[in-house]
Ligand binder design. Structure first.
Ligand SMILES: NC(=O)c1ccc[n+]([C@@H]2O[C@H](COP(=O)([O-])OP(=O)(O)OC[C@H]3O[C@@H](n4cnc5c(N)ncnc54)[C@H](OP(=O)(O)O)[C@@H]3O)[C@@H](O)[C@H]2O)c1
Length: 304
């Protein structure tokens, strides 16, 4: 039996469904029965727990062959890093108490750095804490920049007429579809071929910069002259707070963006078949961006 945290989310839902499709028993964690219902009807065992509740999580992890661990974004938090630390403490305590032997985590490119990478600092601390658990084999998947982040451009393009963001227009970064992360995590959980503490970067299909991202979006939505503006910190902060982010969360994203723009936060691995995943940005735009832009999809995920 496998246990999946964040099971209704971008990556966890893919992990759960892939394992179910392989005939595995899967326990899915979420906060409400209603949101877990779809996975339950597909054969998963729903389990309600807060990811800050070590006691509840230890019960959820009991008897697991392997667990998928992630820290959900909490964009309204006044102290995002403290929230991440609380989730890490609960996950680690539950792993220890339940005697879990295999865990796959959702981490990030940049989690090698202990500071100045915004929310990725919390993922570095998650890695470190789990690495200290004796008897645990843990694989940290250090993912690149989610393609889903670019769904926030839908509203910007509609309201401003151009794309905008905190990253330099010519900064080439690995961009990955969350779906591909879920597939890689499920594969790792099925194989369980990692020992001790390991990291693996997941770099998407290719590196892209926002100039190219904007060209691809523009072509797909019939605005071939769509432009991208590298926005100032003040503009980005104001935009994020306008859609409900806390100042603290917005400032952490700005810190991360500065770390990326400066080349401080970057992949450590050379691109290879092992860290390259299939979904191209063109495919992502056709399947996710265009329907959202045309009002054919329910919501945009703007989490980081
Ligand atoms: N965006 C990027 O570029 C990027 C890059 C690298 C790494 N990451 C990392 O990826 C992670 C996000 O992954 P994701 O996109 O798969 O997450 P997600 O789609 O936001 O899913 C999170 C899920 O967690 C559940 N959840 C939220 N708060 C919870 C709580 N307090 N207790 C229990 N469950 C809770 C929610 O389910 P319910 O509502 O059903 O409870 C939600 O579906 C973050 O750690 C982020 O730092 C992001």
């Amino acid at each position: 039996m496998y246990v999946i945290t964040g099971a209704t989310g971008n990556t966890g839902s893919v992990v759960a469904r892939r394992l179910l499709a392989k005939g595995e028993k899967v326990r899915v964690i979420g906060r409400t029965a209603a949101r877990l219902q779809a996975l339950a009807s597909e054969g998963a065992e729903p389990f309600m727990a807060e990811l800050t509740d070590a006691v509840g999580l230890a019960k959820a992890f009991a008897g697991a062959r392997g667990v998928y661990l992630m820290i959900p974004p909490s964009l309204t938090s006044q102290d995002y890093l403290a929230y991440q630390d609380r989730v890490t403490a609960a996950l680690a305590q539950a792993v220890e108490e339940a005697g879990v032997q295999y865990a796959v985590t959702l981490s990030s490119v940049g989690a090698d750095k202990p500071e100045k990478t915004g929310p990725v600092v919390g993922l570095q601390r998650l890695e470190e804490r789990l690495n200290q658990i004796s008897g645990l084999n843990v694989l940290h998947l250090r993912a690149g920049y989610f393609m889903e982040n670019t769904l926030a451009q839908v509203n910007l393009i509609k309201t401003l007429g151009f794309a905008a963001g905190p990253l330099r227009a010519d900064l080439k970064i690995p961009m990955i579809a969350a779906h591909d992360i879920g597939e890689a995590a499920a594969e790792a959980l099925l194989r369980l071929d990692f020992t001790g503490s390991q990291t693996r970067e997941l770099l998407g299909q290719r590196d892209l910069d926002f100039r190219e991202v904007t060209q691809i979006i523009g072509k797909a939505i019939g605005k071939p002259k769509l432009s991208y503006v590298w926005a100032s910190d003040d503009q980005v902060r104001a935009g994020m707070m306008q859609v409900g982010w806390s100042r603290n969360s917005a400032d952490l994203i700005l810190e991360m963006s500065a770390a990326m723009n400066a080349g401080y936060m970057r992949p450590l691995e050379e691109r290879s078949a092992k860290n390259t995943t299939p979904t191209s940005y063109e495919t992502f735009v056709a399947e996710r961006f265009v329907p959202l832009f045309q009002g054919r999809a329910a919501t945009a995920e703007t989490d980081l």
